[in-house]
Design a protein around this ligand. Structure first.
Ligand SMILES: Nc1ncnc2c1ncn2[C@@H]1O[C@H](COP(=O)(O)OP(=O)(O)OP(=O)(O)O)[C@@H](O)[C@H]1O
Ligand SMILES: C[C@@](O)(CCOP(=O)(O)OP(=O)(O)O)CC(=O)O
Length: 419
């Protein structure tokens, strides 16, 4: 190791979030985070939803420290400790000739790290911040410490931070294989297809509430495992068959099957929550309204145009068959859920705003002029102004990347402290 106490070595990475289309809900091992069933997710485009994490090492650091969204947080929790321990034990020699830094494998046990992370979307609000967060932590530390493990092997480390995080080590469609081993070595993520495989898909997220939720996924699924018989049946009988069908639908870009399976699995996950004692309610009236509008529209078209899925919160993730359908979907969403009069359309529809253009909506006048969709026939259409915080238009996206541009780093290269 170089003698000087001054040097700081850093790595910065950006990692996507993911949304499950076959849900993970229930653990067979709480510490190792081993699930009761396989799950499948789609990775979301990191240009709209992502975590950026900078990790730094210096002989001048006195302890491991972490800042999340600008605030220092404790790393003493078991999940952070598991990830740090697993990564340190696999660290390799690192040499930066330009800076005259040489770290040997054995040095890593003594060296401390600083970690700064930023989520460009709400944390702990059911938008899988823990997934992007732990995947980014593991990926960036693996780069800094020169790990030789492949992404699937890294996913098994990220899994120990948060189960869903293992699926954020890849882009496109990803399967988390539950595995059989007691030590969890075969419980890891694999990529099913790259994001380009099905690039017609467009995803619109309706952020119903950005507030922190009452029941975390971790405690919610623990209660479900303890009390829900439906969960046992789902894990043993339903999910294994659904996984096969979902893989097939994805491989064949069969949107009808994909949508049918995605909606059914989301609904069953929420049914398991209701079957839990005491029952857990993640969806609210707004979520239910969205389901009902999508179901009506899909039925009137004769085949599914849009799939919906909800994680442990009220936010809807809507997956449209293609851009044209996405534009029609956005028109419908804006008709039923127009922004408050003081909300600017530009801050109401975020992400890929070109969908707004495709939908023929340039400003609030166009939103006011929207007509009731033709499938709403037997009830007077009601508008729910202000029920949605905002929409995020996005698409399937790529896996983690290293950011080499130093200006993107969240830690100061001189001090190793947040910028
Ligand atoms: N960028 C990050 N880096 C490391 N850990 C993070 C990061 N962002 C969030 N976390 C961890 O994840 C926790 C939030 O996870 P939680 O499961 O409650 O919410 P969520 O992941 O946003 O929602 P859900 O998983 O239900 O979709 C935070 O308290 C923190 O411990
Ligand atoms: C509903 C879900 O989003 C649950 C995610 O749970 P977490 O991965 O957040 O739980 P822990 O493993 O306890 O950290 C479904 C899914 O992502 O598959």
């Amino acid at each position: 190791m170089a003698d000087s106490k001054k040097w700081v070595l850093m790595a910065t990475a950006q990692t996507p979030t993911n949304i499950a289309v076959i849900k993970y809900w229930g653990k067979r091992d709480e510490t190792l985070i081993l699930p009761v069933n396989d799950s499948i997710s789609v990775t979301l485009d990191p240009s709209h939803l992502c975590t950026t994490t900078t990790v730094a090492v210096s002989p001048g650091f006195e302890q491991d420290r972490m800042w999340l969204n600008g605030k220092e947080i404790s790393l003493s929790g078991g999940r952070f400790q598991s990830c740090l321990r697993e990564i340190r034990s696999r660290a390799c020699d690192v040499e930066d000739k330009e800076k005259g830094i040489k770290i040997e494998k054995k040095d890593w046990e003594k060296l401390h790290v600083h970690i700064a992370s930023y989520n460009n979307f709400p944390t702990a609000a059911g938008l899988a911040s823990s997934a992007a967060g732990f995947a980014c932590l593991v990926f960036s530390l693996a780069k800094l410490m020169n790990l030789k493990e492949n992404p699937s092997q890294l996913s098994a480390i990220a899994r120990q931070g948060s189960g869903s995080a293992c699926r954020s080590l890849f882009g496109g469609f990803v399967k988390w294989i539950m595995g059989k081993d007691e030590n969890g070595s075969d419980s890891l993520a694999v990529q099913l297809v790259e994001e380009e495989h099905w690039n017609e898909l467009v995803i619109i997220i309706a952020v119903v509430s950005a507030r922190q939720k009452e029941t975390s996924s971790t405690s919610g699924m623990r209660e479900s495992v303890e009390t829900s018989l439906l969960l046992q049946h789902r894990a043993k009988e339903i999910v294994p068959k659904r996984i096969v069908k979902m893989e097939e639908a994805i491989k064949n870009r069969d949107f009808s099957s994909f949508a049918q399976l995605t909606c059914a699995d989301s609904n069953q996950f929420h049914a398991v929550c209701l079957d839990t004692s005491p029952p857990i309610f993640y969806m609210n009236d707004t979520s239910h309204r969205i389901i009902s509008y999508v179901e009506k529209w899909n039925r009137s078209e004769g085949s599914p145009q849009v799939a919906y899925t909800f994680d442990a919160g009220p936010n809807a993730v809507l997956i449209a068959r293609d851009r044209q359908v996405a534009a029609q979907l956005l028109r419908r969403l804006l008709f039923f859920f127009p922004p408050n009069s003081d909300t600017d359309l530009n801050s109401y529809v975020l992400g890929d705003k070109s969908i707004l253009h495709d939908a023929g909506i340039g400003g609030s006048k166009d939103v006011e002029a929207l007509q009731c969709p033709p499938e709403i026939t037997n009830v007077p259409a009601q508008k729910y102004t202000g029920e949605i915080n905002n929409f995020i238009c996005t698409k399937p996206g790529r896996g983690p990347v290293l950011l080499s541009d130093e200006s993107k780093a969240l830690l100061n290269l001189e001090t190793g402290l947040p910028k």
